[in-house]
Design a protein around this ligand. Sequence first.
Ligand SMILES: Cc1cc2nc3c(=O)[nH]c(=O)nc-3n(C[C@H](O)[C@H](O)[C@H](O)COP(=O)(O)OP(=O)(O)OC[C@H]3O[C@@H](n4cnc5c(N)ncnc54)[C@H](O)[C@@H]3O)c2cc1C
Length: 540
Amino acid sequence: MAQKTVEELNYDFVVVGGGSAGSVLASRLSERGDQVLLLEAGGSGREFIYDLPFLAAKLFAFKRNNWAFNCLPQENMQGRTQYFPRGKMLGGSFIFNGAQYIRGNPHDFDTWRQLGNTGWSFEDVLPYFRKSEKYFGGDNAFHSTRGVLPVSKPPVVNELTMVYLQACEQAGYSLNTDFNGATQDGFGIYDFNIENGRRATTARTFLRPAMQRSNLTVEVNAIVRRLVLKDKKAVGVEFEQHGKVKIARARREIVLSAGSINTPKILMLSGIGDPAEIERHGIQVEHCLPGVGGNLQDHVNVSVAHSSTKPVSMAKSLRVHKLTLEMMKSIVLKRGQVSRSPLEAGGFFSTQPGAAAPECQAVFIPYYPGQGLKIWMPWANELEGHSYVVHVWPNRPESRGKLWLKSANPKDAPIFDPHFLSSEYDMAVTREAIRITRRIFAQSAFDAYRGPELAPGADIRSDAELDHYIRSTSGIGHHTCGTAKMGQDDLAVVDEKLRVHGIGGLRIADASIMPTMVSGNTNAGTIMIAEKAADMMLAA
Ligand SMILES: Cc1cc2nc3c(=O)[nH]c(=O)nc-3n(C[C@H](O)[C@H](O)[C@H](O)COP(=O)(O)OP(=O)(O)OC[C@H]3O[C@@H](n4cnc5c(N)ncnc54)[C@H](O)[C@@H]3O)c2cc1C
């Protein structure tokens, strides 16, 4: 019988995953003429519907173009599981995220540096944030207009959003027009990666223009199964595309950017991780790195919501005929509700004086859908009427989880247990954040709008009642990170140059390398990591 040959391809760099980070890497690494291959498990991501920022709230609920993971039932969430949507096409999770652009607090990066990661203090990483950025507000010490990633403010916001900001001021908080500037504290309108009413993913802004280069090859529907290792060096990757198994070899380096859930999975399938975990599935251990899949973190949030006595919330755009009109407006004129993210405003605050950086983040939405976004038919009553909500969460949670393989089959999703709400600190900060939000909603600015409290409910007051509310209703912020953390301790997976400890020719650049969570949403930080990784790889 004739031996089946495996097709082999040769490049200088191989990038695994074309998401928020991978799209930046493929673009930057191909700038100087090196032969670069990007392998993306999903499709090309050219479906127009993903460009419309408002629709994210619906699109991530569907299984299409989505890894759609679920974690194990959570002991501290009354046995509830949590849904982890993850984008599966060029653009990765950026295709249906909230498009909020928040870098985190300088304190976060200084902490990474204090943990022994030379080159990651805020002063060190600021140039990489600036490098990507095309900032609407002009050049200054924190921002640049010369990058390709648009950062803008929404052209208009809902009336309730302005009432909320007025109430924050009445409650004694300062207003902040730039959470990524001189200070993160205070409340204001968020910045977004939206340009001309369209979501500006890194696939759209970095990768697509770079795909004109003849030295950059992008293969979609190409699922990486494992690394090819030789003498403790990664020399290639094995991937499956249209039913065929192929090998892509890298003359210089391979970089994993498959995201916080799939990056550790690929490492373990390649025999890199906790030996006991790997051997259990009959995989040969290539290198002992017990931290692979550990240190899993995310933001866990709860809602504080009221009904609105005035019919001004976003619900007015959610009747089918109005939504259709808004869609048309967005498609033709590139403006209106569908061209904006629903997460309009919010802020950063502490529950006690003396915190090194704000302990909590709040996101205000001028509509509270309760159990999922409701779109009404023209003939239906507006059953729940108008409403508004704040989602709050601790910025730097202490709860840590773990991820491991289900089997040696690359097609199986990994199993993971985030141990959400296992820390008393996380609970205490969340309780106080609810109380502070209630104080803001009680200000006179809301007098003409405030209906009954819908969540937690006016009679949920004591610590025990609030704890029950948090454990029974909280959701996640979709900021999963930390599962291949950077550091020098026994559980670290990469060093400060993002090189996998003990394995040559292999780096990781995505949200999984964050040793601790950033105080804020994770996309901007992930893009910064990719910018810095590309710089280090080209310099090597
Ligand atoms: C619903 C939702 C809302 C969010 N909202 C915000 C927000 O408003 N602001 C913010 O800052 N952050 C937000 N985030 C978080 C942010 O989007 C992520 O932190 C960021 O996208 C992570 O980037 P990444 O490159 O690490 O992974 P991803 O962007 O997920 O990219 C990983 C890529 O690798 C590919 N891949 C995986 N496995 C393989 C394999 N075996 N072979 C080949 N390719 C593979 C995937 O298909 C994907 O394209 C949100 C996330 C979600 C899910």
